[in-house]
Design a protein. Structure first.
Length: 419
């Protein structure tokens, strides 16, 4: 080695050491189609013996016959997984050939990646400065408030949209980014705010909505997790809280609400991606949101929470197979909203109660808000159905947000009519 080469090598090593990015070279995402009990057993056994990341459903426990199971498998286990699956004769589809390439392909390099953009996946810092600037430049229609700080000390900022009024108006609460890796979700909340501000005064429905109601938007719920997916591990889902006694980090915020907490479809293992936490609302982010909604419980007429992926519009219950008292009305509104969404680009959504439409999973924000008295409580699972999964290319942000706007506006119009 020449001295020059030594210097270059040293720089390379330092760069690798400084960048703690998890990489996904050679990892694949498979779709398995279990049709026999043995297939289900095999998937569960696999999950026990090697580290498999469940994309859909969120854990091995939720796997049943006749559902699509999307899993991410590290490169070192591929041979073993192929052999086992071949022996079992289970149908298998490769959704993502090489995860690292898919991560790199997710971002569209135009416009300049430096600036905030509605058609890009913005980092937490960019979302924060966007919040600051948008709320000062439209102060007649929008204001911001911090509802608390995250485990790592980041602010959780809610934007309040609506014409100023001397009396308290009925309101809708919407959050995005409960799960860190579902990047299309915070992108939608940002899009919604922009659309609301830019169509107020010209679009009659938006004008009437913001005249008569307020819409509270929390663009990023899981702020620590979201930042972590941008800076360290793109596939992180949970919060980033730590507790002595376990080396595993974080809990699933959508299993941490006080709604049938940890009874089903959640894990009490701190290392699981669906860990329900040490107690209901043990996650400070969940506590902040729950306190804010509790404080304004009579004001909120609708609660919307945005996730990805699967193209679903879900409503309570997920902690029980029992139908909600308002089941038929919730179903009717969900079907109207799905039809509105589909009218733009033909994207098909399935609607129904969480427990039967996907799987039972307790501790979710939708069930909790509903039981608190917020009747129109919906969970969106945005695009797609698995072609890209969490790695939805930035070129799909615009169409996804446009069609989702129609569904959200449909629900809002219904709520407003039925105040
Ligand atoms: N994929 C979402 C989750 O697992 C679905 C949420 C549906 N609602 C619920 N309460 N589980 O968190
Ligand atoms: Zn989610």
């Amino acid at each position: 080695l020449t001295p020059n080469m030594k210097v270059l090598l040293l720089f390379g090593l330092v760069a690798v050491a400084l960048c703690d990015h998890t990489r996904f070279e050679g990892e694949k995402v498979f779709r398995l189609k279990p049709v026999l009990d043995e297939h289900v057993t095999l998937i569960k056994e696999l999950a026990k013996s090697i580290e498999v990341d469940f994309w859909r459903p969120e854990s091995a426990k939720l796997v049943t016959i006749d559902i699509d199971v999307d899993i991410r498998v590290p490169a070192i286990y591929l041979d073993m997984v192929y052999t086992l699956l071949q022996q079992s004769d289970m149908e298998l589809e490769v959704l993502i050939e090489d995860l690292q390439s898919a991560v790199e392909a997710e971002a569209d390099l135009r416009p300049s990646p430096r600036a905030h953009s509605y058609t890009k996946y913005n980092s937490f810092d960019k979302v924060q400065s966007w919040i600051a600037s948008i709320s000062t430049s439209n102060s007649d229609l929008i204001s911001k408030q911090t509802i608390g700080k995250s485990y790592e000390g980041r602010p959780m900022t809610v934007l309040k949209l609506g014409k100023k009024s001397s009396s308290t108006k009925p309101a809708i609460f919407m959050d995005c980014g409960i799960h860190a890796r579902e990047w299309i979700s915070p992108a939608f909340c940002q899009w919604f705010v922009k659309e609301a501000l830019s169509t107020y005064g010209s679009d009659s429905q938006m004008t009437s909505l913001l005249n008569e109601m307020d819409v509270y938007v929390l663009p990023v719920f899981n702020v620590d997790g979201y930042d972590f997916t941008h800076n360290s591990n793109r596939m992180w889902r949970k919060t980033r809280s730590r507790k002595s006694g376990s080396s595993c980090i974080g809990a699933d915020p959508n299993r941490n609400f006080d709604a049938g907490w940890c009874s089903m479809g959640a894990s009490n293992n701190p290392c699981s991606d669906t860990f329900c936490g040490y107690s209901p609302e043990s996650e400070i982010e969940v506590q902040n949101v729950a306190n804010f909604i509790r404080k304004n419980r009579s004001v909120f007429k609708a609660y919307l929470t945005v996730h990805s992926y699967s193209q679903l519009l879900l409503f309570p219950y997920s902690y029980s197979y029992q139908l909600a008292a308002d089941h038929s009305e919730l179903m009717k509104v969900a079907e109207g909203a799905s039809a509105a969404l589909r009218s733009l680009y033909g994207t098909r959504y399935t609607s129904g109660p969480g427990a039967t439409t996907i799987y039972p999973a307790a501790g979710g924000s939708d069930d909790w808000a509903y039981d608190l008295g917020v009747k129109y409580s919906y969970t969106f699972e945005l695009r797609d159905t698995g072609r890209y999964g969490f790695l939805l290319p930035e070129s799909q942000i615009k169409p996804t947000c446009e069609e989702t706007m129609l569904a959200v506006k449909y629900i809002a119009a219904y709520v407003q009519k039925n105040l």
